[in-house]
Design a protein around this ligand. Structure first.
Ligand code: ATP
Ligand code: SF4
Ligand code: MG
Length: 328
């Protein structure tokens, strides 16, 4: 995808499909601007599945919607760079971004009901999402391929006439299969589904990756699923990406106290399907703290943690944002 915007100097395709540097998003609130995402940087290799975990409100969905440039109009977006397949998306005009959405980057939204209009027939909305190049026959074919052949004859109905699971699978089929984008952003794509359909959806995403070599950012609260399907995992807290590591390293030797607490609070029998709820206290208010956002809940916190934002540092293959990283 090399259209509009700033081009990469090197012509050879890089191993990295996506390189995000210094991403920030702030929402206006009655208490002043809320920095929901702060200085987030990461890379995603071609064909890689990156998991994104973190408590509710830590900024996961905001990162995905910022990458798609689909934030609410009032939100303030800043980024040093968002390189995607040779183009810096942080500089392309909205017109070019419209060609990227759906075609090169597909988003599976967190809440299918709220991302669809209740007053427009489903078929019309799916046609809009897939673009005019996708015929009705192709749309029916896509849905049939994900086991939704039964709803094809009802597509002229309204979203409320379908179950949440059917809508979620429909949006996944559209985001993933209509244009087979190089990057799929999947925001808790299986949370509303029963276990059998969850497995189908995960297989669909992974089959696509295996067939086309595309990359996936997979947001989930389900650490069991994360450990099974992700190559690397990023942990978010208070708007920051506090640890990124290969999956095996993250589960075997987490470096950040928040990651450690998260894993320690997950007895294996209860991992699947649980919302993340690890440690005493809440993430609320952490976005505006001057130092480390985790300091009020961290057993290791010192004075420097409360005044200085920890910068990312490398420990083996792990990147961690903590003044005192290491084994618990
Ligand atoms: N439109 C908005 N206006 C104001 N604040 C917002 C808006 N959207 C999100 N926020 C705030 O930004 C922060 C990050 O929200 P976000 O939805 O990205 O979190 P999340 O990690 O995806 O949470 P969840 O796991 O519940 O989906 C939260 O504090 C949230 O309240
Ligand atoms: S920087 Fe300090 S407060 Fe933050 S996680 Fe590390 S030790 Fe804890
Ligand atoms: Mg979310």
């Amino acid at each position: 995808m090399r259209e509009g915007g700033q081009e990469a100097a090197d012509a050879a395709p890089s191993e990295d499909l996506l390189r995000v540097e210094g991403l920030g998003v702030s929402y206006p609130t009655r208490q002043g601007p809320l920095p929901a995402v702060r200085d987030v940087s990461f890379t995603l290799r071609r064909g890689e599945v990156l998991g994104l975990v973190g408590e509710s409100g830590s900024g996961k969905s905001t990162v995905l919607t910022a990458l798609m440039r689909m934030l609410p109009r009032t939100a303030q977006l800043s980024a040093d760079q968002v390189w995607f397949d040779g183009t810096d998306l942080s500089h392309v005009p909205e017109r070019a971004m419209r060609r990227v959405r759906g075609r090169h980057i597909g988003l599976v939204p967190q809440r299918p009901m709220t991302s669809l209009s209740p007053v427009t027939p489903l078929r019309t909305q799916l046609r809009r999402l897939t673009g005019e190049s996708v015929s009705d026959e192709r749309l029916d074919e896509l849905l049939t391929s994900v086991g939704l052949g039964g709803i094809v004859s009802r597509l002229d109905g309204y979203p409320f006439q379908f179950s949440g699971g059917q809508l979620q699978r429909t949006l996944i089929a559209v985001a993933v299969l209509a244009h087979e984008p190089q990057l799929v952003l999947a925001d808790e794509p299986t949370t509303t589904l029963d276990v059998t359909v969850q497995a189908q959806v995960l297989r669909l995403l992974l089959d696509l990756r295996n067939r086309l070599g595309n990359s996936i950012i997979f947001v989930s609260h389900d650490l069991a699923v994360i450990s099974q399907i992700c190559d690397r995992v990023g942990v978010m807290y208070g708007g920051q990406l506090v640890e990124v590591a290969p999956t095996a390293d993250l589960f075997a030797a987490p470096q950040h106290p928040y990651t450690q607490a998260l894993l320690a609070a997950m007895p294996a029998a209860h991992v699947r399907g649980e919302r993340l709820r690890a440690i005493e206290g809440t993430v609320s208010g952490s976005h505006r703290l001057p130092g480390c956002p985790f300091a009020p809940r961290c057993p290791r916190a010192t004075d420097v943690c409360r005044t200085e934002v920890p910068q990312p540092q490398q420990i083996g293959a792990t990147t961690v944002r903590c003044h005192l990283p290491g084994a618990a």
